[in-house]
Ligand binder design. Structure first.
Ligand SMILES: [Zn+2]
Length: 84
C-alpha cells in the first residue's frame, strides 16, 4: 500500500501498467573496452622481462570499469519494455 504512493504517477506507455519500473544496469561497451585494454597492458607487461615486477598494477584497475562504467535504465515491471 505504501509503495503504491510513489508509483502512482508512473504508467507504462505500452501496456499501461502502473507497477513501478525495474532498475537494470549492465557494463557498458566503454567499460568492457577499458577493462580489456588494461588486461592487455597487464599481459604485455607480464610477457616483457621488465614488466614482470609491475604487471599487477593495471590488473588491479582492470575490474573498476566493469563496476563503475555501467549503463543504467529502467524497464516495465509488467511487459518488460525499455523505458528512458
Ligand atoms: Zn509495460
Amino acid at each position: 500500500m505504501v509503495e503504491a504512493v510513489e508509483s502512482a504517477e508512473f504508467r507504462c506507455p505500452f501496456c499501461r501498467s502502473t507497477f513501478p519500473p525495474i532498475q537494470e544496469s549492465k557494463t557498458s561497451f566503454v567499460g568492457w573496452y577499458v577493462s580489456i585494454v588494461l588486461l592487455s597492458v597487464s599481459l604485455a607487461l607480464f610477457i616483457s622481462c621488465f614488466g614482470i615486477l609491475i604487471f599487477w598494477v593495471p590488473l588491479c584497475f582492470a575490474w573498476m570499469p566493469l563496476v563503475f562504467l555501467r549503463d543504467h535504465w529502467s524497464k516495465c515491471n509488467s511487459c518488460g519494455i525499455k523505458l528512458d
